[in-house]
Design a protein around this ligand. Structure first.
Ligand code: NAD
Ligand code: K
Ligand code: MN
Length: 348
């Protein structure tokens, strides 16, 4: 590759503040990656309020046909039902078949309040579960009744399971915990649990994961355990909703959601995305933490095989956190988004 075409979808709120920071960090990598070319793309609540469309076809087409990868910021999805609106990030994950959401949570500096010994990856299934968004409301005898469909398939559970085993196998501890609630939801979560457990016996991977130890934990006690003894976890694999919740919980262990990156990965495309949302409480103040987005850029580059560029970004971010002097208010600092970005660029 001579150039790397990166779709940029800042979307709403602090997405517009942190994605441009990630762009500058990527640009600072010079010849460690192919020359980056950025394509600005629209999606989100703001574009919906202007055009009635939250995910323009053009955005999907350009991502599919022209981009090598993408960076997504965050959307401001309303909590009430708005006719015609549907979350564009949920739709993008499905349209591009980005079936794995990979979310590493790592503590690098206990001295700035990070709980020590946290080094885990949440591997979240990204296309089904309750996020198929098949909801209905009817009028029952005693009032309104709302129902949601939860879809768990063998196909999706197997491929996320394979991804999780692959990641676990590549780590020193090689330990995989399957998160579920099949004591209550024995059919849906039961299928997830059994399918993931059976991955090592698939003919295509026979023997490959012999070194991986497998544990399992009910989702509620997994959150409890995460707070009591996070060091027991290495790779955690979960259905969509549990994976979403567990990774926000894990973020608290290292001080802020503003530190946690992710990639949405499929077999043919990867999209980096900070785990956090659009943070309306701090939007427009210039104090959003850009480190989750810079780390998301690193994860995206690493996934594409640009290990040197990814390592440089990660090392620069870690150095800024360890130094502890230039941090945004979410980490009890007094610096701005731009000051933190400048500190990262200086490290680079
Ligand atoms: P949030 O992640 O936006 O914010 C939670 C808390 O963390 C807030 O106090 C916020 O200020 C803080 N925070 C988050 N990111 C930060 C950063 N980079 N730097 C400093 N502080 C940060 O979650 P929420 O408040 O529950 O949701 C707000 C909006 O975001 C909602 O409309 C929701 O739909 C949307 N959302 C979008 C995505 C996505 O785009 N994938 C994910 C989660 C939430
Ligand atoms: K996000
Ligand atoms: Mn979330």
């Amino acid at each position: 590759r001579r150039s790397l075409k990166i779709g940029l979808i800042p979307a709403d709120g602090i997405g517009k503040e942190v994605i441009p920071a990630a762009r500058q960090a990527i640009e600072a990598l010079g010849s460690d990656i192919p020359k980056p070319e950025f394509i600005d793309l629209l999606a989100g609540w703001e574009v919906f309020t202007k055009t009635g469309v939250a995910l323009p076809d053009e955005t999907v087409d350009i991502l599919r046909n022209e981009c090598d990868c993408a960076l997504f910021g965050s959307v401001s999805s309303p909590s009430r039902k708005v006719v015609g609106y549907s979350s564009p990030i949920v739709a993008l994950r499905k349209k591009l078949d980005l079936y794995a959401n990979i979310r590493p949570v790592v503590s690098v500096a206990p001295e700035v309040g990070q709980q020590p010994s946290v080094d885990l990856i949440v591997v979240r299934e990204n296309t089904e579960c309750l996020y198929v968004k098949q909801e209905t409301q009817t009028e029952g005898e005693k009032g309104k009744e709302a129902r949601a469909t939860r879809v768990i398939t063998e196909y999706a559970s197997r491929r996320i399971g394979q991804m999780a085993f692959e990641l676990a196998n590549a780590r020193p501890r090689k330990h995989l915990t399957i998160i579920h609630k099949s004591n209550v939801l024995s059919i849906t979560d039961g299928l997830f649990r059994e399918t993931v457990r059976a991955v090592p016996t698939l003919p295509a991977v026979a023997g490959k994961y012999d070194g991986v130890t497998i544990a399992e934990q009910l989702v509620d006690s997994a959150v409890y355990r995460l707070f009591r003894e996070p060091e027991v976890f290495d790779v955690m694999v979960a259905p969509n909703l549990y994976g979403d919740i567990i990774s926000d919980a894990a973020a608290a262990l290292v001080g802020s959601l503003g530190l946690i990156p992710s990639i949405n990965a499929g077999d043919n495309f990867v999209m980096g995305e900070p785990v956090h949302g659009s943070a309306p409480d701090i939007e427009g103040k210039g104090i959003a933490n850009p480190l989750a987005s810079i780390r998301s850029a690193a994860l995206m580059l690493r996934h594409l095989g640009y290990v040197k560029g990814a390592d440089r970004l990660d090392n620069a971010v870690d150095a800024v956190i360890r130094d502890g002097r230039i941090l945004t208010p979410d980490l009890k600092g007094t610096s701005t988004t731009d000051e933190v970005l400048q500190a990262v660029l200086k490290q680079l």
